[in-house]
Structure formats: structure tokens, C-alpha cells
Design a protein around this ligand. Structure first.
Ligand SMILES: Cc1cc2nc3c(=O)[nH]c(=O)nc-3n(C[C@H](O)[C@H](O)[C@H](O)COP(=O)(O)OP(=O)(O)OC[C@H]3O[C@@H](n4cnc5c(N)ncnc54)[C@H](O)[C@@H]3O)c2cc1C
Length: 478
């Protein structure tokens, strides 16, 4: 029997990762999710119009996302993701395709070699890129609210370090826009520098693209539910938490909108910032110096996904980035998920999609099917069998200059209350990696404060033999 129980509000990746980590410490988690399904902002569903299961948005990760991959391994789903060995993707610009593709070289030299054959940047531009990357390598980032690099945009910082329109449009923003879901002129230098330090200036596998092979609900949600429930934890969907419950000056659980009291030795909120502040006890987020007040400044950015099913293949590659085109990034879902079908399911992922979020389905259909025909001649010959769009208006939190202080620590001043969620202070932008890291940190603080429990469900140890093998291979690959 478990000696300790922890209540987790939210069944997104952060909440589920927290639960998995607590189980590994012998603590029983009770995950409470408002919606009828798990996964939060990473889920899949059956589209009414088409009857096909689709993800709410194309989710990718990179090799540097160690804790996300570990989470996937822990829930026994390593066979449902695939990671390329090194960075390599085609970039399409006005009828010409050129690759950013790493060679077999040691360490970050492999990543730098990816720029050698990239023809959308001139030789003079490549020298500028080298200068920019060297400047990033030499930059020391400070954390804290007044961090210099959190006060200016990455665009400004890059221009101060030898970059111009050519390198910014054809290289830096090609990476920044999909990674941070915002334009380079809107993101902080701190986050931009950190991203390139970790990805491009790290090991060869760090920037390699990773792809989910199954629907997101199964990958991050149902696999986790199975793991949690089979190890003595609880996962309850359709439970909307209204407020935190206080007893003797400490948070000892939650009260739901149906007035149910659910108690535990600690309570963790893993919901987005905007959903967290309303459940706080009255008066706990008052005043400018209050711990929770900065969370009210968290802003979000939209992603629009355009799905087109063609009656034949129109794209030879698994994914392609585009320049000077609204297409941004185009994914060949049929190939990515190894589906053996005659036609092809294309997903166009539009980041920072303010321009598209209010357009009708018909307008988007006209614009994007025409753009596909312009970019890929085979699309002009193909028949469109199905078309749909998915709009996620609050897809990710923004990392604008000055946003650093809004990322709160997982340990709060309210006794018994902890935070998780991609938006909390993890050092990572709004990603599945940040969500898992936040959950691991929250679980660590809980364990420090309340201690570990006895092993849950002693018949089935936290990691099965198969998981243990995949963990080993993950570690070996690093
Ligand atoms: C379209 C799209 C594309 C993306 N692409 C990528 C990508 O390519 N790579 C990447 O790494 N990341 C990507 N992301 C971001 C990634 O999905 C998120 O960073 C991550 O899923 C956040 O997880 P979370 O658990 O922190 O928050 P959430 O997923 O928001 O989970 C919070 C959960 O709490 C629940 N909840 C809220 N209030 C309550 C309440 N009162 N009571 C009970 N439950 C409550 C919510 O229903 C939700 O399930 C993308 C996101 C979107 C939307």
C-alpha cells in the first residue's frame, strides 16, 4: 500500500509525467483531468468530416529532448517514436530545393557541416552564419528577471552580431518560427540563443528530428494512463477542479466543480498559467510582489494545421521546410506514420498563425491548395479527396522579451502546493520536453518535502524489462 498520495490537476503531458515520476518514488498520484481525454494540448481525435484520426497539430521533437524521450520510454512507448540520426531536411524556395544536411562528423561539427551545401544562403552569408553561431557559443546567459538577453529580441541581437536579412530570413527564422511558434522579431534573445546552444551547438543527435509514429492521444496519453493505473495510481477524466482546499494553513487537496473533495499530502497544478490563477485561494495572487502574479502575464500564440488528402503522392520527402511561401513546413503524414495507402495525407503546419486563425475553412482551402500546386507540381495533377483544418488558438506560450519572470518555479510559497506545466521555469520553450521537465521538477520537490513512499503495486516494478532495455539504449545513445 502507498503511504503517500499526491493530487495532480491536469492530464496533459506535464501532469502525466509528474504522475509517472511520483510512481517511481513509490508515491500514489491521482490525476484529475477536466476533459474526457488525456494529453492536453497534444492529442488526436477522429475528424467529423473525414472520419480519420488526426493529431491536433503536427508534433515533433529533437534529439536534445532527453526527458521527453525518457518519459516515452518509461510508459513503454519507445517503439511509437522515431528519431533521425542527425539533422537533415530539404528547404524549398521558389522552385529550388536545397538541403540542410549534416555529414558524418564528430560532435557539433556535424551540425555545422549541414550548412556547407545549403544554397539558399550565399558564401558571404555562410560566413555571417559562422560568426553568429560563434557569438552564440561565446555568449554566457544569465538567468533571473533582469537578464540582459531577456530584454531584447533575438532579431536585434542577431543584427548586432553580423546577421542581415538574407541570413535571418533564410536560416535563423526558418528554425525559430516553428520551434518557438513566433517570429524572430518577437522572441527574446535569451530563448533564441539558448535554443541554438542546445540544438545546433550540441552533439550531432541534438538537432535530429524526432517524430511520433502513433496518434498523440495514444502516445502521450493512453500509454501513460496504462502505466499509472497498472502501478496503483489513479487517472480520472471529466473532473474539473474549481479550487484548492486549505486545511491548517496548507493545501491538502482540491475541490471540484461538483463539490467533491479530493485530498492528498501534496497538490500539483499542471494546468496552463491562465487556468492556474483562478483556482488559487483568494488573496494569494494579490499585489505586485506576489509569487503568482507574474503568471498573469503569460501570453499565447496560435498554430493552424491544414490537412489535405490527395489521391496520389505529391511529396517525395517526409517533410520539407519552405521559404518565401505561406506553406512554412509541410509534413507527409502518410510516410511519417508508415501508412500503406495509395494517396497521401499532407499536413501543413502554420506557426505564429495570427494571419490564418480567423480565416474560414474555404478561404484556407483556396489559399493552401493553390500554394501546394505552385510548390509541388504533382499536387496540380492530384485530386483532393478530403480537406480539413485544426486551429489551436492558445497552442504555446510566447517567449517575448521580458517574459522570463512569468515562468514560475515549481516550488511555491503555499505549503503543500506545487506547479508543473510547460510554462513554468524549465529553461525550455513551450514544448513536450518542457512539460516533462516541469513534471520531473515538481515531483522532485514533492519528494524532497514529503519523502518517498513505499513501492506501489509491488508485483509490477516501475519499469518493465522492455522499458529498462529502452532506457539503457536511450542512455547509450547520448
Ligand atoms: C498545435 C500544436 C502543435 C505543437 N507542436 C509541438 C511540437 O512540434 N513539439 C513540441 O515539443 N511541442 C509542441 N506543442 C506544444 C506542446 O503540445 C505543449 O508544450 C505541451 O503539450 C504542454 O503540456 P502541459 O501538460 O504543460 O499543458 P497542457 O497540455 O495544456 O495540459 C493541461 C491540462 O490541464 C487540463 N485542465 C485545465 N484546467 C483544469 C482544471 N481546472 N481541472 C482539471 N484539469 C484542467 C487541460 O484540459 C489539459 O489537459 C504544440 C502544441 C500545439 C497546440
Amino acid at each position: 500500500m502507498a503511504t503517500r498520495t499526491v493530487v495532480i490537476i491536469g492530464g496533459g503531458i506535464a501532469g502525466l509525467a509528474t504522475a509517472v515520476r511520483l510512481i517511481q518514488h513509490g508515491i500514489k498520484p491521482i490525476v484529475l483531468e477536466k476533459r474526457p481525454f488525456l494529453g492536453g494540448r497534444a492529442y488526436s481525435f477522429t475528424d467529423h468530416d473525414t472520419g480519420v484520426e488526426i493529431d491536433n497539430g503536427q508534433h515533433v521533437f529533437i534529439g536534445a529532448c532527453n526527458e521527453f524521450q525518457q518519459y516515452v520510454a518509461d510508459i513503454g512507448a519507445s517503439d511509437q517514436i522515431r528519431l533521425e540520426k542527425r539533422i537533415g531536411f530539404p528547404v524549398f524556395k521558389r522552385g529550388k530545393t536545397s538541403w540542410i544536411k549534416a555529414r558524418r562528423l564528430p560532435g557539433f561539427l556535424a551540425n555545422l557541416s549541414a550548412l556547407i551545401g545549403y544554397r539558399h544562403v550565399s558564401i558571404a552569408g555562410k560566413l555571417r552564419l559562422l560568426w553568429g553561431l560563434t557569438s552564440i557559443k561565446l555568449t554566457r546567459l544569465c538567468s533571473g528577471p533582469m537578464s540582459f538577453h531577456d530584454q531584447l529580441t533575438f532579431d536585434d541581437w542577431l543584427r548586432d552580431h553580423g546577421q542581415n536579412n538574407e541570413t535571418i530570413n533564410n536560416f535563423w527564422n526558418l528554425i525559430i518560427l516553428p520551434s518557438l511558434n513566433d517570429d524572430i522579431t518577437a522572441v527574446s534573445a535569451h530563448t533564441g540563443i539558448e535554443l541554438f546552444k542546445v540544438a545546433l551547438l550540441g552533439s550531432a543527435s541534438n538537432p535530429a528530428m524526432g517524430i511520433p509514429l502513433s496518434g498523440l492521444s495514444k502516445l502521450v496519453g493512453e500509454n501513460a494512463r496504462e502505466f499509472i493505473e497498472s502501478h496503483g495510481g489513479e487517472v480520472r477524466t471529466g473532473i474539473d477542479v474549481e479550487s484548492l482546499h486549505i486545511s491548517n494553513g496548507a493545501i491538502t487537496g482540491v475541490r471540484t466543480v461538483n463539490d467533491e473533495l479530493i485530498e492528498g499530502q501534496a497538490t500539483i497544478s499542471s494546468v496552463p498559467a491562465a487556468a492556474m490563477t483562478p483556482i488559487l485561494p483568494k488573496g494569494s495572487s494579490d499585489g505586485p510582489d506576489d509569487f503568482f502574479t507574474p503568471a498573469e502575464s503569460v501570453r499565447t500564440a496560435p498554430i493552424v494545421a491544414v490537412h489535405i488528402w490527395y489521391d496520389r503522392p505529391v511529396l517525395g520527402e517526409k517533410f520539407v521546410a519552405t521559404l518565401d511561401s505561406p506553406l512554412q513546413w509541410v509534413f507527409n503524414d502518410t510516410d511519417l506514420k508508415s501508412r500503406n495507402e495509395k494517396g497521401q495525407h499532407i499536413v501543413i503546419s502554420l506557426s505564429g498563425a495570427w494571419e490564418w486563425q480567423d480565416r474560414s475553412k474555404q478561404e484556407l482551402r483556396e489559399i493552401f491548395t493553390t500554394e501546394m500546386e505552385n510548390a509541388f507540381p504533382a499536387a496540380a495533377e492530384a485530386r483532393i479527396e478530403k480537406f480539413t483544418i485544426v486551429k489551436m488558438l492558445d497552442a504555446t506560450f510566447r517567449v517575448a522579451p521580458g517574459s522570463q519572470p512569468s515562468r514560475l518555479s515549481q516550488r511555491t510559497p503555499l505549503p503543500g502546493f506545487y506547479l508543473a506545466g510547460d510554462w513554468t521555469d524549465t529553461g525550455w520553450p513551450s514544448t513536450m520536453e518542457s512539460a516533462v521537465r516541469s513534471g520531473n521538477l515538481a515531483a522532485k520537490y514533492v519528494v524532497e518535502d514529503i519523502g518517498t513512499g513505499t513501492t506501489l503495486n509491488a508485483d509490477s516494478p516501475p519499469t518493465s524489462d522492455r522499458d529498462a532495455e529502452s532506457l539503457t539504449s536511450l542512455r547509450d545513445n547520448r
